[in-house]
Unconditional design. Structure first.
Length: 119
């Protein structure tokens, strides 16, 4: 079994994948989809979380090995980004939407310098 199939199996074990073809989910972007993966729920399963974190880090390293830092976007992206940054020993930045202005902004700027490669 290849890595993608094992990740999919782990997502199913954690009941993170939801299907609703008759009543599609509406994502924050407004897109409609018959499938939803609740990445936040996986955080409650330590062994599955660790496996998926390791697989994600393998892909990040293979695809973006020259990066200087990693960033995560609210909501599940912050937790997963922080986990990956820790494993990869990279600085971590998070981007959140300001509820008053609806503008995306960096919440952790320490050590951020122009010209750095960000995942």
């Amino acid at each position: 079994m290849n890595d993608a199939k094992v990740v999919a199996e782990k997502l199913l074990q954690a009941n993170a994948v939801k299907l609703s073809p008759e009543n599609p989910f509406t994502w924050a972007s407004g897109w409609k989809s018959p499938i939803y993966c609740d990445n936040r729920s996986i955080l409650s399963y330590p062994f599955i979380r660790d496996f998926i974190k390791s697989e994600m880090c393998n892909v990040l390293f293979e695809e973006f090995g020259e990066a200087d830092a990693l960033a995560g976007v609210a909501t599940a992206g912050i937790a997963w980004g922080a986990l990956a940054a820790d494993q990869l020993k990279l600085p971590f930045y998070m981007y959140v939407q300001n509820p008053k202005t609806m503008v995306w902004e960096t919440r952790s700027r320490a050590g951020m310098r122009p010209g750095k490669k960000l995942w």
